[in-house]
Design a protein around this ligand. Structure first.
Ligand SMILES: Cc1cc2nc3c(=O)[nH]c(=O)nc-3n(C[C@H](O)[C@H](O)[C@H](O)COP(=O)(O)OP(=O)(O)OC[C@H]3O[C@@H](n4cnc5c(N)ncnc54)[C@H](O)[C@@H]3O)c2cc1C
Length: 673
């Protein structure tokens, strides 16, 4: 197999090489369309891609409004986030109620029994549910953002869709299993394995998945497993494939339910697969395409976090304004002290920026013709980081009451805003669906794509001299026009439609985008292949592009609103643009003036002196299978039966049958239905 994108780098170890080879093999090589965010790293601000700011289509908005009204009314009546957080359980009646509203099939097409909603409406619904309970929105999101419905919709065969989509739309809970004890951000060392049976009818699946959200109750799990190795040059890399695995099948066991700091009621745990017979028809898309499937699914899937965090930020910003003019200390309301005013302004303008990114991503996704890999990743990175920053700001502004739980506040007669719970719930967003560090690497790779395609062969010592010369000629042709354009390109850019202060900011974004492209280019020239190891420099470059992107979106949205006669957000937008300028200036300054070298040296010394942690015990040996029955109830009607018996989730200490028994019962029910 050829490896056109894999750039050799002698600074890497063999293990690093293998990990990068797996990551490169799962990248989408072709770009479906031009990317707004990617263009910024090449020094091009194309406002036609974001201005006028995209608005939800009227008919689609109406459809969304109708379901949102129902969801809101139902949540207000039934979704008690404080109790769910305290008990660490989502009650059965809640899951049943969500299912009755159709919320397990929001984006599943109506012909398969789903609601057939757009990405925008999906995100609006998730955001609304998260307003009441973070655990519940995480459950819905894990099911639909990364669980079975989305990859099945994108890559399933018609037979697979007909078999599973109606089940999923009718409340069968799904999960996504990639992570393993030794497979976190890096899937290269995956040990879960599937091998074809001798008769060629089944894949025999063995292994263990960690932190599989919904896995504890799931009817269906997308499981990533290695199905062999591929040769990539002189290297062997795991061939990773995706399978639809039914939770009721023999050999699927829940070994542990994990407990967390926030989103405490998610049914997340360790799932073991022992000689599970997966019919060959349940391979998704094709052998070896598992990681590419996961990445493509995440293009839309990653937009769930921006939506949920933007809605949380809006809530805390609105609440903080009320707090700012109610709490009186040192002769003034706390919002009148300059330090308090700054926090209020940052909260509301940060929320506006987060909403803009989430709405933009949703609109691009619904258009369907746009490559959104960078926009979705950038929105996830920006919103998850900003959410954490704003939660911390709001807590500081609220003082001791921010640290007190909502239940305790209510008991002593105070307004029970769940800031403490919100902060705990928000933290996970910087870790899941790509940690912040990994999003930096992902975005850096995509930002460099154009340069690597052009100049990549020059970086490899193995490139034949003839190819090197041809590459040099190609590079000279491109860079001799591109570089002068970066210097002068902004002089005649006019940005029709933008006015006043907003136009000035757009001009500034343009000039800094060209500076960003120059910086990236010069770093490539100065550092050469070592740039790959300079993660902090790359991180700053990535953050610069993201910040400039969100600045353009904020200016575009505010200008579009102004054109429609709405100036209510203008001050908010201008405040965000000013603070973002400070951040951009700081990031540029830190590229040349930083403590990266000292940090590397200090960390090396610290690790030399540190003892390694004790080896973890083998989980399969210390954990025993747990009862599981919950997910299947939803489709079979046993949910109703258990509700009438007053039952709750089995993991709340139920005495229900262990896996093997549940399996046979579920099979009967599945056959009957
Ligand atoms: C609540 C929760 C829900 C989850 N749900 C799911 C799920 O449904 N399905 C699933 O498959 N997984 C799930 N996960 C796993 C999650 O995706 C991983 O935690 C995440 O991918 C990071 O992996 P890790 O925790 O092993 O960290 P590691 O990969 O061990 O990383 C540790 C630290 O090192 C950094 N790091 C790693 N590699 C690099 C690098 N190359 N350069 C610089 N820094 C690096 C990371 O950013 C992190 O800060 C969940 C986890 C949690 C806690």
């Amino acid at each position: 197999m050829t490896d056109p994108q894999m750039i050799e780098n002698k600074n890497r170890t063999d293990e690093e090489d293998a990990s990068i080879a797996v990551a490169e093999a799962s990248r989408e090589l072709d770009w479906k369309s031009k990317s707004f965010i990617a263009s910024l790293y090449m020094g091009e601000l194309d406002t036609s891609m974001c201005f006028p700011f995209p608005e939800q289509d009227e008919a689609d908005r109406k459809k969304g409004d109708e379901i949102l009204a129902k969801v809101d009314a139902w949540c207000a009546e039934n979704l008690d986030g404080a109790t769910i957080d305290r008990t660490e359980e989502i009650p059965a009646h809640v899951l049943k109620g969500l299912n009755d509203l159709g919320l397990f099939g929001i984006k599943i097409p109506t012909k398969y029994g789903g609601l057939g909603m757009s990405q925008t409406n999906y995100m609006r619904i998730l955001a609304r549910v998260s307003h009441y309970c973070g655990s519940t929105s995480a459950t819905l999101s894990a099911h639909q953002s990364i669980g079975v419905p989305q990859p099945l919709k994108l890559f399933g065969t018609e037979e697979q869709k007909q078999k599973y989509l109606p089940m999923l739309a009718n409340g069968a809970v799904s999960a996504f299993g990639l992570t393993e004890p030794n497979v976190g951000s890096d899937p290269a060392n995956m040990t879960t394995e599937a091998r074809l049976s001798e008769d060629g009818k089944h894949w025999i699946l063995n292994g263990m998945k960690l932190w599989c959200t919904n896995g504890v109750i799931a009817d269906l799990i997308v499981v990533m497993a290695k199905t062999g190795v591929d040769k990539r040059g002189s290297r062997e890399v795991n061939r990773i494939s995706a399978f639809i695995v039914e939770g009721r099948w023999e050999g699927v066991e829940v070994l542990h339910r994990s407990r967390f700091m926030g989103i405490r009621a998610i049914e997340n745990g360790v799932i073991r697969f022992t000689d599970v017979k997966v019919p060959v028809e349940n391979l998704l898309w094709g052998e070896g395409k598992g990681l590419r499937l996961a990445l493509t699914t995440l293009n839309d899937g990653r937009l769930g976090i921006p939506a949920i965090t933007a809605s949380g930020a809006r809530n805390i910003a609105d609440f903080s304004a009320r707090w700012g003019k109610s709490r009186y200390q040192w002769g003034k309301f706390v919002g009148e002290h300059e330090a308090g005013a700054d926090k209020l302004a940052r909260l509301t303008s940060g929320a506006y920026a987060m909403e803009s990114f989430a709405q933009y991503g949703a609109a691009l996704s619904d258009r369907g013709d746009t490559d959104i890999r960078m926009e979705a990743a950038a929105a996830k990175l920006f919103n998850s980081e900003k959410a954490w920053e704003l939660m911390d700001t709001a807590m500081q502004f609220r003082g001791g009451r921010g640290y007190e739980t909502d239940v305790s506040l209510e008991k002593r007669g105070e307004f029970a805003v769940p800031l403490e719970r919100g902060l705990r719930d928000a933290r996970i967003n910087r870790i899941v669906e790509g940690t912040t560090d990994v999003m930096h690497l992902f975005l850096a790779r995509e930002a460099l794509d154009k340069h690597l395609r052009l100049a990549g062969p020059l970086l490899s010592p193995k490139t034949p001299i003839g190819t090197k010369v041809a590459t040099l000629v190609k590079c000279a042709a491109f860079y001799s026009t591109w570089l002068p354009k970066l210097m002068l390109g902004g002089l005649w850019a006019s940005y029709p439609g933008f006015e006043g202060e907003l136009k000035k900011h757009i001009r500034w974004v343009n000039s800094r985008s060209r500076k960003l492209a120059r910086t990236l280019f010069f770093q490539m020239v100065i550092q050469g292949p070592k740039l790959e190891m300079r993660q902090l420099v790359l991180g700053r470059i990535v953050d610069l592009g993201v910040e400039l992107g969100v600045m353009a979106l904020v200016a575009s949205r505010a200008q579009t609103e102004l054109k429609a006669g709405d100036s209510s957000n203008l001050k908010t937008a201008l405040h965000f643009l000013s603070t973002a300028r400070e951040k951009v200036d700081g990031l540029f300054a830190a590229i040349g003036n930083n403590s990266d070298k000292e940090a590397r040296a200090l960390a090396r010394e610290l690790m030399e002196q540190a003892d390694a942690l004790p080896e973890p015990k083998a989980m399969g040996e210390i954990l025993t299978p747990q009862p599981r029955e919950f997910g299947s109830d939803m489709t079979s009607g046993r949910q109703t039966k258990r509700l009438s018996e007053g039952g709750t989730s089995p993991s709340a200490g139920s005495t229900s049958a262990p896996v093997a028994e549940a399996t046979s019962e579920d099979s009967e029910v599945a056959e009957a239905s």
